[in-house]
Design a binder for this molecule. Structure first.
Ligand SMILES: O=C(CO)COP(=O)(O)O
Length: 234
């Protein structure tokens, strides 16, 4: 069975009710590739964070239970903006991922290297370190609830998209890691999506790659052209 294409729009800290309503109306009116999954069931809402503790005195945080209570079944965890700006560590991100999955919230797990790390030839080492931290917390079966988002930090919001070869090379390395560190099942079934300056112009070529199972889209997800990215494979 081919893996179902998965596209997420990461609105980040953008939009107000009126502008987000416009985006949702646009998505609802569009003809979407019906084999593409944005979230569960077909178009769903994901949180951009979740805390690793179930409840308590943690001002400003949001719990897994509170997400579920609001019918939110997905969370983006480990985004580079949180790793860099909010100083989230690999271990904290891994614990949040475990808490989300154990509470019934699936995770878009973000990883990726900085420009400095890429130039020092450390891309695979960095993404492997980020993945290993999660593997310490999760059972092999729990990877069924994870979508891995490879987002090179140097490509986020810069207009500098990874080349098709660069994206495929890292995605293939992640798939090999899944085989070696998790299971043959995870290697087959876990989706690996690409994020970083994805646009309606570059998405089709990226989508031809065997290990690119979809996208996590920032800036372009706020525009009508998001529909073209969802439909990149048709
Ligand atoms: O951070 C991203 C998605 O999570 C990517 O952002 P851009 O698509 O704006 O580069």
């Amino acid at each position: 069975m081919p893996r179902q294409f998965f596209v997420g729009g990461n609105f980040k800290m953008n939009g107000v009710a009126q502008s987000i309503t416009e985006i949702v109306k646009n998505l609802n009116a569009a003809k979407l590739d019906d084999s593409t999954e944005l979230a569960d069931p077909k178009i769903g809402v994901a949180a951009q964070n979740v805390y690793d503790k179930p409840n308590g005195a943690f001002t400003g945080e949001i719990s897994v239970e509170q997400l579920r209570d609001n019918k939110i079944n997905w969370a983006v965890i480990g985004h580079s903006e949180r790793r860099v700006i909010l100083k989230e560590t690999d271990e904290f991100i891994a614990r949040k991922t475990k808490a989300a999955i154990e509470g019934g919230v699936s995770v878009i797990f973000c990883i990726g290297e900085t420009l400095e790390e890429r130039e020092a030839n450390k891309t695979i080492e960095v993404v492997t370190r980020q993945l290993n931290a999660a593997a310490k917390e999760l059972s092999a079966e729990q990877w069924d609830k994870v979508v891995i988002a490879y987002e090179p930090v140097w490509a986020i919001g810069t207009g500098k998209v990874a080349t098709t070869e660069q994206a495929q090379e890292v995605h293939a390395a992640i798939r090999k890691w899944l085989a070696e560190s998790i299971s043959a099942h995870a290697q087959e079934s876990v989706r690996i999506i690409y994020g970083g300056s994805v646009s309606e112009k570059n998405c089709r070529e990226l989508a031809t790659q065997p290990d690119v199972d979809g996208f996590l889209v920032g800036g372009a997800s706020l525009k009508p052209a998001f529909v073209d990215i969802i439909n990149a494979r048709i």
